[in-house]
Design a protein around this ligand. Structure first.
Ligand SMILES: Cc1cc2nc3c(=O)[nH]c(=O)nc-3n(C[C@H](O)[C@H](O)[C@H](O)COP(=O)(O)O)c2cc1C
Length: 212
């Protein structure tokens, strides 16, 4: 196949960019410069109508990280309580243990990025809702891939948005009304750089060609 890319390296990046929690290096600071480089790359992601209505809030200040972590823990209590009551398989058990660890150590993660988007999605009809979130999530994932390529790990999270969590964090960070926080991405250098593809079903099981 003729391609300008190193396919082995590209495919490894795509197949091993995991939700990193226990292997975040909590002792090594993250320079804002490397985050700016990755967010600059993320700006190349597609947006509906080329709207580019995004703003990425980078948080490294210890007090702000503490407030975000305290909020995350407080508003996610009922989620974690109800999850604990449901049975689990091995893979899900590992994800649970890992997300418990993140919840308990979030303020120690040296950097966080909050991808924000102009507008509020609550009352949008389906097509507009799809366009709304579809105009920020590809950029967020591009940033996470760029981070991984530079030896940093991250994890896509949304739990701080439960109940009044978004509002509390908006007030602390000065995020104006009319803007929506779409996620919270904790970022750190990883402990080791060897990550493996996760177990997924054969692709034919999840694909329909020319129909469902
Ligand atoms: C929309 C979305 C929301 C998520 N929210 C959280 C979260 O609040 N907390 C958390 O620890 N992980 C969260 N995750 C991470 C998932 O648990 C993780 O991606 C999944 O277990 C698969 O793991 P992998 O990415 O390593 O394959 C979220 C992921 C997505 C895509």
């Amino acid at each position: 196949m003729s391609t300008p890319f190193d396919l082995a390296a590209t495919d490894e990046l795509l197949s091993t960019t995991r939700a990193v929690r226990k292997r975040l290096d909590l002792e090594r600071p993250v320079d804002v410069e490397v985050l700016l480089e990755c967010i600059d790359l993320a700006q190349q992601a597609p947006t509906g109508g080329n709207r580019q209505g995004w703003r990425f809030v980078v948080v490294t200040d210890a007090e702000q990280r503490q407030l975000i972590a305290d909020t995350y823990r407080r508003v996610s209590q009922s989620y974690f309580a109800s999850r604990a009551a449901t049975p689990t398989d091995d893979q899900t058990g590992r994800v649970r243990s890992s997300s418990d660890y993140l919840r308990d150590n979030l303020e120690r993660v040296p950097a966080m990025v909050i991808p924000c988007q102009q507008g509020r999605p609550e009352s949008l009809p389906l097509a507009a809702m799809a366009s709304y979130f579809g105009s920020i999530i590809p950029a967020t994932w591009s940033m996470m891939l760029a981070l991984r390529a530079r030896g940093l790990g991250s994890v896509y999270t949304t739990l701080h948005l439960v109940d009044d969590g978004e509002q509390v964090v908006a007030e602390a960070l000065g995020i104006p009304d009319g803007w929506t926080q779409t996620a919270l991405i904790p970022v750190a250098y990883t402990i080791g750089t060897d990550f493996k593809p996760a177990k997924r079903p054969p692709v034919t099981q999840i694909v329909g060609v020319d129909g469902w």
